[in-house]
Design a binder for this molecule. Structure first.
Ligand SMILES: [Zn+2]
Length: 167
């Protein structure tokens, strides 16, 4: 799915209690993409990598530097997420776990919405390289229902808050 939608799902589902919690949950929703593609975009903007050519659709996987692929594996793995959560729990930070749930949700949403041609989701990495060959999120059959679901979640939340304020 696109990065913004991931953030909006994370924020609305796991960060409703306050603005700070919303932005924390939003951050965990977008984090897998930000940590993998973010540094690459910054380096491209700085002219340290040639700008990607999108004129013929998606750029080839081989043209994208290795560190992006490595970070994509790390951030899109439910195994890595489980390790991070185990550490948080061991450190006695169980209360933080709720705010991070946008991260595994990001992985679960990406699994069926990426094709194997372009960044399929290595959710079992490093135990296995298995991934699903899904339908790209840019396909209108995925993208339009996604916008409708997000509008529904935020519309419902807005009405709930308005009702709570009236009482
Ligand atoms: Zn992603």
């Amino acid at each position: 799915m696109d990065t913004l939608s991931h953030g909006l799902y994370g924020g609305a589902l796991f960060g409703r209690k306050s603005k700070k919690k919303f932005f924390t949950a939003f951050f965990f929703g977008i984090m897998p993409d930000i940590f993998s593609f973010g540094p690459y975009f910054v380096l491209m903007l700085l002219g340290l990598y040639p700008m990607e050519d999108h004129s013929h659709g998606q750029p080839s996987m081989a043209s994208i530097p290795d560190f992006v692929h490595v970070m994509y594996q790390v951030t899109h793995s439910l195994v890595i997420y489980a390790v991070v959560i185990a550490i948080l729990v061991l450190l006695g930070r169980r209360a933080w776990v709720w705010l991070t749930l946008g991260w595994p949700l990001h992985i679960l949403v990406d699994m069926p919405t990426h094709t194997q041609e372009f960044f399929s989701t290595p959710f079992l990495w490093p135990l296995s390289d298995f991934s699903f060959n899904g339908i790209s999120w840019s396909n209108p059959w995925i993208f339009i229902p996604n916008v409708i679901v997000l509008a529904g979640i935020y519309g419902h939340w807005y009405l709930e808050r308005r009702r709570a304020k009236k009482n």
